[in-house]
Design a protein around this ligand. Structure first.
Ligand code: ZN
Ligand code: ZN
Length: 198
């Protein structure tokens, strides 16, 4: 059963097919926190320890159905992850590598909230916690689950690389691998501002 996706204002919509292939994790890294500050609405993105609830999944399972023109892309640095969001209402959508051959998107929970289907229903419980050293507090560590989940996800990445299915992605032009929207890279002053807010 598809899991619906949408930005807060409802302009950008889509769905995740095969949500059971996703793996939920919480990332506490400073960059994810800085991204939330960049968007200006940290309260509903970050948990009380500064963690972002993310669903790691292959991009081929993500489809946008409307409002695609609202999709925007930023990066904290020249070589940093591409961070996708809906420009209409600054809802974070997800993070991808710059190299589309690494078939990974970490969908941010904010675009997956739905009154009829919880994240738990569709994607299961949180199975990994990463970059816990940057957490504001001591999140419950789950090293074995995290290790197994990352390993399992790596296997699916390698498979997507080998069978060419990494080319099925809404975030990149499939034959060239260029992002569908040119990323806005923060200037050093802009970056300092968001990093200082963390
Ligand atoms: Zn919106
Ligand atoms: Zn992170």
């Amino acid at each position: 059963m598809n899991h619906p996706m949408q930005c807060r204002c409802g302009m950008l919509k889509g769905y995740v097919s095969h949500p059971e292939k996703g793996c939920r994790g919480v990332c506490y890294c400073k960059d994810c926190q800085a991204f939330a500050h960049f968007l200006g609405t940290t309260d509903d993105i970050l948990d009380e320890m500064g963690g972002t609830d993310i669903v790691a999944i292959l991009p081929k399972y993500v489809t946008f159905t409307q409002g695609f023109e609202a999709l925007a892309c930023m990066s904290l640095t020249e070589n940093g992850l591409l961070r996708w969001y809906a420009s209409c209402c600054n809802t974070p959508i997800g993070n991808t590598s710059r190299d589309f051959k690494i078939a990974h998107v970490g969908l941010v929970h904010t675009c997956l909230e739905n009154p009829s289907r919880t994240l738990e229903n569709s994607f299961g419980p949180v199975r990994m916690r990463v970059n816990t050293k940057n957490a504001k507090g001591k999140p419950k560590s789950m090293p074995i689950n995290t290790f197994v989940s990352i390993l399992r996800f790596l296997v699916s990445l390698i498979r997507a690389r080998l069978d060419g299915s990494y080319k099925h992605t809404p975030f990149f032009v499939s034959d060239r691998g260029t992002p569908v929207v040119p990323p806005k890279v923060l200037t050093s002053i802009e970056r300092e501002r968001v990093m200082n807010a963390v």
